[in-house]
Design a protein around this ligand. Structure first.
Ligand code: MYA
Length: 374
């Protein structure tokens, strides 16, 4: 052993030229040349100056920040980041403005984990400058049930754009999902990425808009048995939704706890501006729930336009299911489009693409768009 050590001099080790069979030029170590380890070619410095002892690269422990959404101050930081930097339309006229209540609803779904609420903070100011999140979702894809993370709210501060921070966030959330044994994910985006499994167009309908008062709806509904969903409806709604969702090739699976979370807004009055989700059921005379539909409210700020009110509130069609007499006999695209037309919905120019991560399946029929906005 001593012989072997003697035959490899310190100088040899520094140049890497004859330090054993496996040594290569530093540049040929494609991976190791990027890592914080001493280099073979640090020769001159090592001979002239004493070695500077200690870490090679200062890793900033503050860079990653798990966001505690139970802490109102941290929730506010996420809300403010998104309010100023999240998704805008192509003309930069509107930007989504998620309220705290909506973030709590979207990010604290049953099974949520703090470790999947990931922020990046500026080194000195500790200001939150980027965010990405995941919540667990059981996803039926054709005949398989896949445990996934639904990734959402990827956001980078406008001043830090185009610096490849988004890939770093995506890799970090992937690592954190893998740590919990989750290897697949679902996400949506307005941009085209490799490669959508389905794509949908938004349909819009203006309401409560003075200029378009002809679009006003009647004061009363005509469907007998239509009422707001209550907690005691959860069992029936869960099984109705499960049966209805068998019709589609890819859908989230909901248990009762998830139905209560996603469809019932226990805390907020139905007429309150802070309310997130509304669910209506149709109950027949035998107390059977034959239909339900739900929608959530999402505000957008009007950007750079002093003459308009600063926010627009829109309702987004969420989940629905029907087994009643007016159940659609014919679900094909043309019938659905005609119906939307009749109800004064029009196609918008925005599309939403659906993606799966680390899962291959044949393209899903998109049908008519599932995201309808009023
Ligand atoms: S969708 C909402 C996305 N957020 C916004 O649109 C808010 C406003 N925009 C921004 O904050 C930034 O522009 C973002 C990009 C953060 C979007 N999804 O850092 P960069 C690729 C995925 O230099 P920036 C939502 O939240 C782009 O193609 N990738 O760019 C779901 C390029 O890659 P490549 C995107 O503009 C998110 C690279 O990033 C998106 O500063 C699902 C450039 O990086 C996008 N929306 O920042 C995430 N936009 O070179 C994926 C751009 O290849 C999750 N890029 O073209 C995957 C599953 C992970 C978990 C797996 C678990 C197992």
């Amino acid at each position: 052993m001593r012989e072997l050590l003697k035959s490899v001099s310190a100088a040899d080790l520094m140049t890497g030229m004859s330090s054993g069979k496996n040594a290569k030029d530093m540049a040929d170590y494609k991976f190791w040349s990027t890592q914080p380890v001493p280099r073979f070619d640090e020769k001159a410095a090592a001979q002239e100056k004493p070695v500077q002892e200690g870490p090679i690269k200062e890793v900033d422990p503050d860079k990653w920040s798990e966001i505690d959404l139970l802490d109102d101050a941290e929730l506010k930081e996420v809300q403010e980041l998104l309010c100023n930097h999240y998704v805008e339309d192509d003309e930069a006229m509107f930007r989504f403005n998620y309220l705290n209540e909506t973030l709590n609803w979207a990010l604290k779904a049953p099974g949520w984990r703090k470790s999947w609420h990931v922020g990046v903070r500026a080194t000195k100011s500790h200001k939150l400058v980027a965010f990405i999140s995941g919540v667990p979702v059981r996803l039926n894809i054709r005949d398989r049930l896949v445990n996934t993370a639904e990734i959402n709210f990827l956001c980078v501060h406008k001043k830090l754009r185009s610096k490849r921070l988004a890939p770093v966030l995506i890799m970090e959330i992937t690592r954190r999902c893998n740590l919990e044994g989750i290897y697949q994910a679902i996400y949506t985006a307005g941009v085209v990425l490799p490669k959508p499994v389905a794509s949908c167009r938004y349909f819009h309908r203006a309401l409560d808009w003075e200029k378009l008062y002809n679009y006003r709806l009647p004061e009363r509904t005509v469907t007998p048995g239509l009422r707001l969903m209550r907690a005691e409806d959860a069992d029936q709604v869960t099984s109705l939704l499960e049966r209805y969702m068998k019709r589609v090739k890819m859908a989230q699976e909901f248990n009762k706890e998830e139905v209560l979370h996603w469809f019932l807004d226990k805390e907020t009055d139905p007429k309150s501006n802070k309310r997130v989700v509304w669910t209506y059921v149709v109950e027949d005379t035998n107390k059977k729930i034959t239909d339900f539909f739900s929608f959530y409210c999402l505000e957008s700020s009007v950007i750079h336009n002093a003459s308009h009110s600063s926010t627009i509130r829109a309702a987004y069609l969420f989940y629905y299911a029907t087994e009643s007499a007016f159940e659609t006999q014919n679900d094909d695209d043309e019938v659905l489009k005609a119906r939307l037309n009749l109800l004064k919905f029009g196609p918008g120019d925005g599309q939403l693409h659906y993606y799966l991560f680390n899962y291959r399946t044949a393209d899903l029929p998109s049908g008519v768009d599932t995201k309808n906005q009023v």
